[in-house]
Design a protein around this ligand. Structure first.
Ligand code: NAG
Ligand code: NAG
Ligand code: NAG
Ligand code: NAG
Ligand code: NAG
Ligand code: NAG
Ligand code: NAG
Ligand code: NAG
Ligand code: NAG
Ligand code: NAG
Length: 748
């Protein structure tokens, strides 16, 4: 959900610029050779240096890489098979009015890219792959990303806008863009706003970049993602770090009339061996060719190639926060606070910048424990009001969102409805799984975040009815002329007792009243953060307040990140597809599958062509999530305004306590004074329940848009609450897949 975070750390390495050769002195075709020579001489004198060149030279080298039609067409064919699994394809093509962004026909664009490549009409491989990358980015979906291999070599960077912030003098007056450093107490001069970037109005220039490259479906969220903040100090904009070439330099014009220009540079990514690349053809052979033996990053350094911006959790700047009463780990993605100061004695704050941590297999248990300890300390200290700070929260482990809700409101049964695109390959996999011995199915389902959604063994519909057969899951529901699976609830996670289940079945009662809780977001809330937020908004009637956004009055969405409820890596789809084909003993059927979509997925050519097959093979949004009131439109396409909005002041950027106090004032003291003009939106209390989600025994016919025929026989069994839906799955190792750590399941 943010730009290219790892780069910030990586560029901290001693980046001694090499003598920068100018691209104008030699013809384009020798740009790669110039870089190669410079790298060789540089590395002989200092093997630890990060080679750096002018952006134009690197771009000339990239531009000289030829586009080879046959592998290009094969790459697009592979991508088309993976993108069939993207749950929002048909909605993206013709989005409803409530969606703020332009439509995008992903498959149509890919067809066009393939035809253009086939006809030899791309100027080169960079042009071809940039078209692919831009097609993915146009979905503005943090779960949908593929970064192809031409981008594994260089990163373009420019420090000029690294510390830019968008700040208001007092929280409601319109913000302007400044260098954050100009607000530091030691600076004697008055900060001067940035008026223009490269000669264009600075605000529209940055907003324009956000609208092209932002991995959020809301324009204010796209705006906020371009700036660093206490909950995401490594945030940044694509002018600062990016794999695409966005121009040779940056020029800023300040309001006092002075200007500043800085060249953009390209650095060689860690582990890339460029010493023997003398031409664009050599570049292709080394970096765009899965069989290559030269140039490719070594295994150990491969992990460093920064290519997965969408799916990394954000780490808060711990030194910006006051002393916490609770902190889940050293990373501090979950922290609890009691606010100091008169008028705030009864206020508690829970700050959650992510629902996951890097590699901790015990994350879920520590999270559960931290929330429990925070609530029990809040109870003891007689806290009445709660601010939940979700700024920068791009998601994490899905079940963590349900866990937090279960502890806050243990009496509310969480509504949950999801579906998947009913592709041919998904149907094939489901049927093959269903034909396996029961104990094998159980074992697979326990370790696979993909298969657990396709097996009736322990899966329920939104009403709480258990599925009886695979066919029930695969009975098509038609939406927008496209076919989807039946609506399903989030499957339980083996080995983890959600509060309200197992030996946690008697939790303490809710401590905070819904009207005394507010969700504080910056709009970038994505994935698991959206699942949690909607439970709070739709079911507990909790209000929301948002901070930041474009410099304009009026409302802003509280939830603007990806609202799909599960991401799936290409590698998992590919592995499961290959395993499924292997399990088919009938020769004819197995050959038929191999030659179809499932075979293309199993081969996984696109994974081999990604910039980093190990850490970022490519991903799709697997499941749509739905509001209780609307079974037709995935949440991703609905507009959800915050009830109030304010802007960051300069002091708030690294002082979360000021943000919390402001949110308290705006929510419970004086909304008219503290909310931006025109930003107050009444809570919607008339949402209702879509007939498709009503309990089946009350005779309501759901799904008018669907071909699903639901039995109308009386079902006296009370819908099972989350508490009753226990965890019956074994934890035996999977037979298709290696057992994966709990924490790697059901991410984001
Ligand atoms: C097809 O792709 C080419 C090359 O990217 C582009 O110029 C053209 O506008 C595209 N056409 C359509 C219909 O998308
Ligand atoms: C104008 O503002 C910029 C940015 O704060 C500053 O670097 C520059 O020195 C100022 N120029 C003048 C003439 O004050
Ligand atoms: C794969 O699924 C499709 C669509 O459901 C079906 O038509 C086809 O027969 C299946 N293939 C095999 C080999 O089962
Ligand atoms: C499973 O079968 C029962 C009994 O026929 C039925 O009431 C229930 O709706 C079925 N489950 C689903 C998810 O369709
Ligand atoms: C879950 O609860 C059951 C009791 O209902 C208990 O036996 C089991 O150990 C618990 N599991 C975990 C991981 O806490
Ligand atoms: C539930 O069981 C697990 C595993 O036996 C244990 O570690 C945990 O403390 C128990 N939790 C409660 C609330 O009893
Ligand atoms: C939320 O509001 C609705 C409509 O006013 C009401 O029916 C429901 O009981 C409320 N829920 C809670 C948890 O307060
Ligand atoms: C897919 O299979 C490869 C090879 O067995 C393995 O290294 C990788 O971890 C698997 N990936 C997933 C997501 O299951
Ligand atoms: C911010 O300043 C403007 C202009 O002086 C004023 O109208 C507004 O009330 C102030 N807002 C707050 C929150 O003090
Ligand atoms: C409240 O939500 C319902 C259901 O989504 C929608 O139809 C209605 O227009 C909303 N009302 C307001 C005032 O936004």
């Amino acid at each position: 959900m943010f730009w290219w975070p790892l780069l910030v750390a990586l560029l901290g390495v001693s980046a001694i610029p090499v003598p920068q050769s100018s691209s104008t002195t030699e013809p384009t075709s020798t740009a790669c050779a110039q870089i190669s020579r410079a790298v060789r001489s540089l590395l002989t004198s200092n093997p630890f240096v990060t080679p750096t060149f002018t952006a134009s030279l690197a771009f000339d080298c990239l531009s000289s890489v030829p586009n080879r039609p046959q592998p290009a067409v094969k790459l697009v064919q592979s991508l088309k098979a993976f993108t069939q699994w993207q749950s929002t394809l048909t909605f993206l093509k013709a989005p409803p009015q409530s969606y703020m962004l332009p439509p995008i026909d992903i498959q149509g664009n890919l067809d066009n890219i393939s035809a253009t490549a086939s006809a030899g009409e791309f100027s080169g491989e960079y042009d071809f792959q940039a078209s692919i990358l831009r097609t993915f980015l146009a979905a503005h979906d943090g779960h949908f990303l593929f970064i192809p291999d031409v981008f594994k070599v260089f990163t373009f960077s420019n420090p000029l806008l690294e510390d830019v912030v968008s700040v208001s003098s007092n929280g409601t007056s319109l913000p302007k863009l400044y260098h954050y450093s100009t607000f530091q107490a030691s600076m004697s001069t008055t900060p001067v706003a940035i008026a223009k970037i490269n000669g264009q109005d600075a605000t529209s220039f940055l907003a324009g970049l956000g609208s092209v490259f932002g991995l959020a479906q809301d324009v204010d969220a796209q705006w906020n993602m371009m700036f660093s903040i206490y909950s995401n100090p490594s945030g940044g904009n694509p002018l600062s770090f990016f794999p695409l070439f966005l121009g040779p330099s940056l020029t800023l014009t300040y309001e006092n009339g002075s200007t500043q220009t800085q060249q953009t540079v390209a650095t060689l990514n860690p582990g890339v061996d460029f010493s023997n690349i003398a031409s664009g053809d050599d570049f292709y052979d080394a970096f765009c060719n899965p069989g290559a033996t030269t140039g490719t990053p070594t295994a150990s350094s491969a992990d460093l190639v920064p290519t997965k911006p969408g799916l990394k959790r954000r780490l808060p700047a711990l030194t910006d926060y006051p002393p916490p009463v609770v902190q889940n780990s050293d990373e501090g993605t979950t922290m609890g606070f009691f606010v100091d100061g008169s008028g705030f004695e009864d206020v508690a704050v829970l700050a959650i910048s992510a629902f996951a941590e890097e590699t901790d297999p015990l994350y879920l248990f520590k999270f559960q424990e931290a929330v429990q300890s925070f609530l029990s300390q809040s109870r003891a200290a007689k806290k009445q009001r709660l601010v939940i700070d979700l700024t920068s929260n791009g998601g994490g482990i899905i079940i963590a969102g349900f866990e937090l809700f279960a502890q806050l409101f243990p009496d509310i049964d969480p509504f949950n409805a999801n579906n998947m695109r009913l592709t041919e390959s998904l149907a094939n996999i489901s049927q093959i799984l269903a034909a396996q011995p029961i104990q094998d199915q159980n074992a697979e389902v326990a370790v696979s975040g993909l298969l657990s959604n396709l097996s009736p063994l322990d899966l329920s519909d939104p009403q709480g009815d258990k599925f009886n057969t695979t066919d029930e899951i695969l009975t098509p529901v038609t939406l927008q002329g496209d076919q989807f699976t039946a609506y399903i609830r989030q499957p339980a996670v083996a080995g983890f007792n959600l509060t309200g289940t197992g030996n946690r079945s008697n939790p303490p009662p809710a401590l905070f009243k819904p009207e005394n809780v507010v969700l504080l977001t910056d709009g970038t809330c994505g994935s698991t953060c959206t699942i949690f937020s909607y439970l709070m908004i739709f079911q507990a009637n909790v209000t929301t307040i948002s901070v930041g956004g474009r410099p304009q009055v009026g409302p802003m969405q509280s939830v603007g990140g990806v609202e799909g409820s599960q991401v799936l890596q290409f590698s998992e789809i590919s592995n499961v597809s290959a395993s499924a084909i292997n399990l088919v003993s009938d020769q004819v059927q197995s050959e038929k599958l191999l030659s179809g979509e499932l075979g293309v997925l199993a081969e996984g050519y696109a994974i081999q062509r990604s910039a980093n097959p190990v850490t970022s093979p490519g991903s799709i949004n697997f499941r749509n999530a739905f509001a209780p009131s609307d079974s037709k439109t995935p949440l991703q396409f609905l507009y959800e305004p915050a009830n109030c909005r304010f802007f960051y002041t300069p002091q708030m950027i690294n002082t979360p306590e000021l943000v919390w106090k402001y949110a308290v004032g705006a929510t419970w003291t004086d909304a008219a004074h503290f909310c931006v003009q025109g930003s107050r939106v009444q809570a919607n209390t008339t949402r209702g329940l879509d007939p498709a989600f009503r309990a089946k025994n009350n005779g309501a016919e759901g799904n008018d848009g669907s071909t699903q025929t639901e039995g109308s026989e009386d079902n006296n069994e009370k819908p099972k609450s989350s508490a009753e839906r226990g965890l019956k799955r074994g934890t035996t190792k999977g037979l298709w897949l290696p057992a994966i750590a709990l924490a790697t399941l059901l991410l984001f």
